[in-house]
Design a protein around this ligand. Sequence first.
Ligand code: PHE
Ligand code: FE
Length: 287
Amino acid sequence: MSATVRKLPPANANPDWTIDQAWDRYTPAEHDVWLTLYERQSKLLPGRACDAFLNGLDALDLRRGGIPDFRRINVELNRLTGWSVVAVPGLVPDDVFFEHLANRRFPAGQFIRRPDELDYLEEPDIFHDVFGHVPMLTDPAFADYMAAYGRGGLRALHLKHLGHLARLYWYTVEFGLMQTAQGLRIYGAGIVSSRAESMFALDDRSPNRLGFDLERVMRTPYRIDDFQQVYFVIPSLEDLLAATLQDFGPIYERLAVASDIPIEAIIPADKVLTRGTQAYAREQAAQ
Ligand code: PHE
Ligand code: FE
């Protein structure tokens, strides 16, 4: 997700904040970090990630040659859904981020984490952004959803409801789960790019797992510092897209006077898949 960190792009960046990926300048050690992370996740994710994600990994052949060259993956990505990946220095301002999404460009961090940061880092790097987000962009419904989100983001900025819309991004694009005939599956980039949360999100007894409800999601705060306390489960990517095609104007009006729902709460209207123990969150809070 984006954040307003500064108003002007750094000197080496274009006015739209994009930079050259400079693929030829990654070192062998940097390619090794990618390969290590790739091996870990690709062993873990079959049977955990949804088919759209796994098919996307194959379609883009993201393993070949370490850190992917955007010039290469963009050929296939563009052919499949009209999307492309562009390199940015790091977090970009909200309006810049949404403008890219609305035009089917996904801004990805150019840098890769250090070998001692394999499990956690604060700013999204190329592994999170490309391994986590880009495979889903090969799915037509998800591709349309992300572009619509970009347009919706520009509108939410204008209407001063970005806080509500950001929760939708968080609980779908970053931390979304999906119900399938084979069982619960991950599609959120924040989960598939994290070894520990790929297990926690599906298997741990601590978090709540609730059926996706657009307005409910927008009333729910989220955690940026640890595993989620609640995950929302969509029936399919097509259902997610359909639920967001409506005009959010009236929803924002209702949300302006509605209260937030505490992160660990279950309300009567919820469709409960798992009532979590919240034991993990409680233990962390006690430390
Ligand atoms: N339909 C939303 C609106 O009217 C836009 C949107 C689409 C937002 C998809 C998020 C995801 O603002
Ligand atoms: Fe992300």
